[in-house]
Design a binder for this molecule. Structure first.
Ligand code: GDP
Ligand code: MG
Length: 162
């Protein structure tokens, strides 16, 4: 049984981009119904010889529900199914009230939470990681899904919890 890693975070922080980087494939959109697109949400990744299952909870959609309701639902799935939860935030937007709400929701789980600060594309943006210590989820790890940087540190932290 492979360890399960779930990506959680508000829309647009870059979950799907990082997901596709981690599984080494280009974005693959599945169209189920006319007008409905859904990200691919399950895949298998590998790091240092360890295989794991990855879930992009952002691809689990409930139409017509408020954003926080959807994120809470996604976080519930992560807290239930994952061995390690990766909470993703956006260094370019900084800490938001939604991030704080998600963090306090995730504080209820006993499962390990890894804090990934995406869109840290350059050294100045990497400096913003310090702001995210305020979430109380340990060391924030800067990554850039666009540039493919920081993934070694992120994956080391993830597999340390397997
Ligand atoms: P999701 O809603 O969390 O799945 O976010 P997406 O993966 O769909 O990304 C949202 C937007 O952010 C897209 O336009 C991405 O190209 C962009 N994006 C993702 N990762 C990065 C990054 O590391 N740096 C920058 N500058 N943009 C990014
Ligand atoms: Mg997405």
């Amino acid at each position: 049984l492979l360890p399960v890693v779930a990506l959680v975070g508000r829309p647009n922080v870059g979950k799907s981009t990082v997901f596709n980087r981690l599984v080494g494939e280009r974005i693959s959109i599945v169209e189920d119904l006319p007008g409905v697109t859904r990200d691919r949400i399950y895949a298998t990744g590998k790091w240092l010889g360890r295989d794991y299952r990855l879930i992009d909870t952002g691809g689990i959609e409930m139409t017509d529900e408020p954003m926080m309701t959807q994120i809470r639902y996604q976080a519930d799935i992560a807290m239930e199914e994952a061995d390690v939860i990766v909470f993703m935030v956006n260094s370019q937007e900084g800490l938001t009230t939604e991030d704080e709400a998600i963090a306090s929701y995730l504080h209820r789980t006993k499962k390990p939470v890894v804090l990934a600060v995406n869109k840290a594309d350059n050294p100045e943006q990497r400096q913003t990681v310090y702001d995210f210590y305020a979430l109380g989820l340990g060391d924030p790890i800067p990554v850039s899904g666009a540039h493919g940087t920081g993934f070694g540190d992120l994956l080391d932290e993830i597999v340390a919890h397997f």
